[in-house]
Ligand binder design. Structure first.
Ligand code: GLU
Length: 490
């Protein structure tokens, strides 16, 4: 039988890292076994819906590279894949459940329920429905419903005993029936709650395995009981470990960006985000943990998922991102960096190039920078000196250790002289190094007091790649102009 997994977010906000991790695990579990993965939107809680959230989730999942086999966009034979479009189905199955005795109509007014709850709160009891309508004779309940009385449908849960459920990662888990409440499955407006819709849809859509966050464990016994009341075989369940921040607390917006969209805007690559999410709870058997989606599919196994909380380490994400940046060819990186360069130039118009730089120039810059880049968003700041005609900096930056400005000036004059003699056709890193090293040797000059001011004159930066590499990219004219400008400053 073909494995079918699903990712079923509620479009109540942005897709966060935890959601992406769930989607990825469902995806990997299916794809590592040639299965199918389904996207389903769980939008039955209309009050919590956020406009655009569904579209944004779909587009960011697509950007990440997770391609679903069935879903709201691509359709499929088990659709519709949006729960609010499946009301008739839920209606039919709620009637079936009533007939099978797995649920009952509850006519209690909201006022009665409020009173019940506040009484329980004052007595410090857990808020529970007191099951007042549970034993209404069926004929009476049906009549009241037919008379137009408002009602909800509640799940009829066992009153005593144990409920044994199996989680694929944890083995058997035992819940006590006394902990469970006869919760609402169908609201008075006819809309199902998540608990009802999820079970009906997982069954009707032929889902064979569910991967979801550990926060759903308390609901797990109710779901299993619901499957049983219908007489359906439940899918396998994996409850993925919690994701904690470094201090052991819950991951929240305050600790930084948790929305996938924000990570994208901050210059993270989808490969790195997926790799990072995979390692939040799953441990590869090999030493190599830098894996893109295709590689993850090859090595992923459900049995390598742990249950202890995963810790969100942003330094790890930066490390993975840097690794994937280095894997990319210069031409592709230029395309990926362009929007970030543009953003930087829009923010600092004084640093923007006078005319659009050509691709070859950008590729050379990328080749020079890619080993040091951790995020694409760093590109503007790191490379701004390549695009400006005039650099502005404090002349003190040119001074190496406690050398006098006059001697630094003299060194730069010599370098200017040596470099001027290099033919434009020979203007490359190797040649420049040769010429300057030769000069230094002949004139018995140290590297620090010559190469430091040369590098600063070319970049106006405290740290950057070496001066020969930079001068080779800048070209003869611009390099000499910058050295001459530096000499004037001293
Ligand atoms: N719609 C639920 C959520 O957004 C999914 C829970 C589940 O996968 O069963 O968290």
């Amino acid at each position: 039988m073909i494995k079918r997994t699903r990712f079923s977010p509620s479009p109540t906000g942005y897709l966060h890292i935890g959601g992406l991790r769930t989607a990825l695990f469902a995806y990997l579990s299916a794809k590592s076994q040639n299965g199918r993965v389904i996207l389903r939107l769980e939008d039955t809680d209309q009050k919590r819906l956020v406009a655009d959230a569904a579209e944004k989730m779909i587009s960011i999942l697509d950007w990440c590279g997770l391609k679903f086999d069935e879903g709201p966009v691509q359709g499929g034979e088990y659709g519709p894949y949006v729960q609010s479009q499946r009301r008739e189905i839920y209606d039919r199955y709620s009637k079936e459940l009533l007939a099978k005795g797995g649920a009952y109509r509850c006519f209690c007014s909201p006022e009665r329920l409020d009173k019940l709850r506040s009484g329980q709160m004052t007595r410090r009891e857990p808020p529970r429905y007191d099951r007042a309508c549970r034993d209404l004779p069926e004929a009476e309940a049906a009549q009241r419903a037919a008379n137009g009385e408002r009602f909800v449908i509640r799940q009829k849960l066992p009153l005593t005993g144990e409920i044994r459920v199996r989680d694929e990662l944890r083995g058997e888990i035992i819940f006590s029936a006394a902990e469970l409440d006869d919760h609402v499955l169908i609201k008075s407006n006819g809309m199902p709650t998540y608990h009802f819709a999820v079970v009906v849809d997982d069954h009707l859509m032929g889902i064979s395995e569910v991967a979801r966050g550990e926060e759903w464990l308390p609901s797990f016994p109710r779901h299993i009981l619901l499957f049983q009341s219908f007489g359906w075989t439940p899918p396998k369940f994996l409850h993925l470990p919690l994701i904690l921040n470094k201090s052991g607390g819950k991951l929240s917006k305050r600790q930084g960006d948790v929305s996938v969209e924000d990570f994208k805007n901050n210059g993270y690559l989808p490969e790195a985000l997926l790799n990072f999410c995979a390692l939040l709870g799953w441990h590869p058997r090999t030493d190599n943990e830098i894996l893109d989606l295709a590689e993850l599919i090859k090595v992923f196994q459900v049995k390598d998922i742990g249950v202890s909380p995963a810790v969100f380490e942003d330094s790890k994400l930066d490390y993975l991102n840097g690794s994937f940046i280095r894997r990319k060819a210069a031409a592709e990186l230029v395309g990926l960096c362009l929007p970030f360069w543009q953003k930087f130039w829009d923010k600092h118009p004084e640093k923007a190039p006078a005319k659009a730089p050509d691709k070859i120039y950008l590729e050379k810059i990328i080749l020079l920078e890619k080993d040091r880049l951790k995020k694409l968003s760093e590109i503007g700041e790191r490379t701004d000196f390549f695009f400006q005609t005039e650099l502005s900096y404090d002349p003190k930056m040119l001074i190496w250790k406690n050398f006098l400005p006059a001697s630094i000036k003299a060194n730069l004059q010599k370098i200017f002289h040596w470099l001027s003699a290099v033919n434009e056709d020979d203007w490359n890193e190797k040649k420049l190094e040769e010429v300057v090293s030769e000069g230094l040797k002949t004139d018995k000059l140290g590297t620090g007091e010559c190469l430091w001011p040369l590098r600063v004159s070319l970049t106006a930066q405290q740290a950057s790649p070496g001066p020969y590499q930079i001068a080779a990219i800048l070209g003869k004219n611009l390099s000499l102009k910058r050295v001459a400008d530096a000499i004037k400053k001293l």
